[in-house]
Design a protein. Structure first.
Lengths: 114, 114
């Protein structure tokens, strides 16, 4: 069974700092990769996704993620964070061509200070 | 409705009681998922519906847990003889189809078992 690791559990950054959140997965085959975000008091929503093609994926609000197949990684990045980026971020994977079930990481809580 | 609706938003129950959690997905979404989020844990997959059938119920933790979906729409997750370890936020999500479609999450039902 596949698994997802998010090694950063809690990250604190000042506004305008750069962000990189790690995500590694264990699965030998082709995968679909996702980042979901949960802002305080809100429901989970999709930030970006990778299915195939260009391994650098751009999402909403200036976020991007890079799929590095050799490292089984899908790290999330943003060049300059804002206070409004304070949220919990979840990486998720599902094997390509299978039904729905996403396997999620344990999440990274990002706190951006003014 | 415009989004995935879950009820109740908060449920406190005594150990040994049965509880029912309801999910109303986005209209037209054929796929429906239940996840559980415990403190410090990621999202744990419970069950997936495509229409009214559940091709993957591998995540249900015990036979105290069951779920059904009727009319290709509303789903109910039932937990019998609740235990304290069942305390968690139960999240429902729906999607247009299986696999690579974006999941739209509800705000969750927080269950506390005393």
């Amino acid at each position: 069974a596949q698994s997802v690791s998010q090694h950063n559990h809690h990250v604190i950054l000042s506004e305008a700092a750069s962000l990189e959140l790690g995500c590694n997965y264990s699965y030998g085959g082709t995968v679909n990769l996702f980042w979901y975000v949960q802002y305080p008091g809100q429901h989970l929503q999709l930030l970006l996704k990778y299915f195939s093609g260009d391994p650098l994926v751009k999402g909403i609000k200036g976020f991007e993620a890079e799929f590095i197949k050799s490292k089984f990684s899908f790290n999330l990045r943003k060049p300059s964070v804002q206070w409004s980026d304070t949220a919990e971020y979840f990486c998720a994977v599902n094997p390509a061509g299978t039904a729905s079930k996403l396997t999620f990481g344990t999440g990274t809580r990002l706190q951006v200070t003014l | 409705g415009a989004g995935v609706s879950q009820s109740p938003s908060n449920k406190v129950t005594e150990k040994g009681k049965d509880v029912e959690l309801r999910c109303d997905p986005i209209s037209g979404h054929t796929a429906l998922y239940w996840y559980r989020q415990s403190l410090g844990q990621g999202l744990e997959f419970l069950i997936y519906f495509q229409g009214n059938s559940a091709p993957d119920k591998s995540g249900l933790p015990s036979d105290r847990f069951s779920a059904e979906r009727t009319g290709g729409s509303v789903s109910t997750l039932t937990i019998q003889r609740t235990q304290q370890e069942d305390s968690a936020v139960y999240l429902c999500a729906s999607s247009y189809g299986q696999g690579t479609w974006e999941l739209f999450f509800g705000e969750g039902s927080r269950l506390t078992v005393l």
